[in-house]
Design a binder for this molecule. Structure first.
Ligand SMILES: [Zn+2]
Length: 422
């Protein structure tokens, strides 16, 4: 056995990464969890316009080794719906009208990249999402985004932020990514950025995909496309994947997941193409019943946990140990800690056993529990059917993987810049 084989066998893969998108009301909650030493995940994604609100969170996260990533809101800035938000249209890199591919190059691209770098340095973040765009709207964005990313890297470097990572959000529909020519063009561009050490990871943001929108065909397509991206040799994270993200990570398709707290488990860029009707509202937090992989409205969760047969679904983790109602009363705290614990549990299982472990110890029991819950909460029948779909789709993938000689596993982001291009 050669030396390199020995090293390979002994290598322990990095724990799967969970990223939280910090919403309006979340900063104080996550700060507290981080300071209490409870698991919150690998990193937080912050809104550049919420500078004052995230100040404490940013410093607590950095002190505790949690990544802080700035989202420059580039997709929002290229849409009428996004620009309708006063905080977004006031960002220093916003223009008077939505950004468009034909105009955002040269001096305009440089000014945008520099303003984002200034904000990143000023807010002391450890990473930035590259200012990329929704490729289905205009494929020319691919070239523009390449330029923006290179200019951002160079501005960060020249401002003393050479260790700040750049993650590249690849934003497209599964339909576009299934197109072989389009996918090849995308991977060629990305590979060029990676070889030149311009990006340290790819965040896959798939239009219309997420926990509530993942049918069997889409789930298997997602896995196929994610695995194609492994050849880039950089960490891969699935954005807005939520509960289905845990499955994708178990199958080695992605090395990390990203989600909001208790809602927003689907990415919908098309929504931004419309001007909002002004009735903006923040949905009420739902309660995550982990043993059924279900998000349940507060009242129903409270009622169900009060039934004798379902008391076993109450959370036993450090977030809720105090009392049964804790997961209802503090639903967001419970969600953050539980999601991070799910990833930690999978991470403790060797790569190659994770898929089977997920199917037998997580998804199968969740299907049974969801079926029982759906008898009392009619709103959960769609969820129950979805878990059935996932089960059959994933079981098929597992069987195919076991047949195949070799299966690739996504790299996990670690928050540090890649030493060299792939
Ligand atoms: Zn809990």
């Amino acid at each position: 056995m050669t030396q390199s084989n020995v090293r390979h066998l002994r290598r322990v893969s990095a724990p799967l990464a969970g990223y939280l998108r910090v919403g309006h009301r979340d900063a104080a909650l996550i700060t507290k969890l981080v300071e209490q030493g409870l698991p919150t995940g690998a990193g937080v994604i912050v809104d550049p316009a919420a500078r004052a609100r995230t100040a404490e969170l940013r410093s607590a996260a950095v002190e505790n080794g949690v990544e802080v990533i700035l989202d420059p809101k580039s997709v929002e800035l290229s849409t009428v719906g996004g620009m309708a938000s006063s905080t977004i249209s006031k960002l220093p890199w916003a223009h008077a009208s939505p950004h468009s591919a034909p105009t955002l190059h040269g001096a305009a691209a440089d000014a945008m990249a520099e303003a984002i770098a200034v904000s990143a340095v000023g807010q002391g973040v450890t990473g930035v999402l590259a200012p990329t765009h929704f490729l289905d709207v205009d494929r020319r964005w691919l070239t523009v985004d390449n330029e923006l990313t290179r200019r951002l890297r160079s501005h960060l470097d020249s401002k003393g932020a050479g260790s700040t990572v750049i993650y590249y959000p690849l934003i497209a529909s599964l339909r576009l990514l299934r197109n072989e020519t389009a996918l090849r063009r995308i991977t060629t561009q990305l590979a060029a950025l990676i070889v030149a050490r311009q990006v340290d990871g790819v965040f896959l943001r798939v239009q219309g995909f997420g926990t509530t929108k993942a049918g069997p065909r889409n789930l298997r397509s997602y896995i196929t496309i994610a695995r194609r991206l492994h050849s880039l040799g950089v960490p891969l994270v699935g954005e807005r994947t939520g509960s289905v993200g845990v499955a994708l990570a178990a199958f080695g398709a992605i090395g990390g997941i990203e989600s909001s707290i208790t809602f927003g488990e689907v990415y919908d860029a098309r929504r931004l193409n419309k001007v909002p009707d002004g009735r903006g509202f923040v949905p009420a937090p739902r309660v995550y019943i982990a043993d059924a992989m279900a998000m349940v409205p507060t009242q129903e969760a409270s009622a169900i946990l009060g039934r004798r047969g379902f008391a076993r679904l109450a959370c036993q983790k450090p977030c809720c140990r105090r009392h049964r109602e804790a997961m209802v009363v503090d639903a967001r705290r419970h969600f953050v800690v539980t999601r991070a614990s799910e990833l930690a549990r999978l991470s403790a299982t060797p790569d190659m056993d994770r898929a089977e472990h997920y199917l037998t110890t997580m998804l199968m029991p969740a299907r049974d529990n969801a079926a029982q819950l759906a008898r009392f909460i009619p709103g959960l029948s769609a969820h129950r059917n979805r878990l059935d779909d996932w089960y059959f789709a994933l079981q098929r993938t597992l069987a195919e993987d076991q047949e195949a000689e070799h299966r690739t596993t996504a790299l996990v982001p670690t928050g540090v810049r890649l030493a060299r291009g792939a």
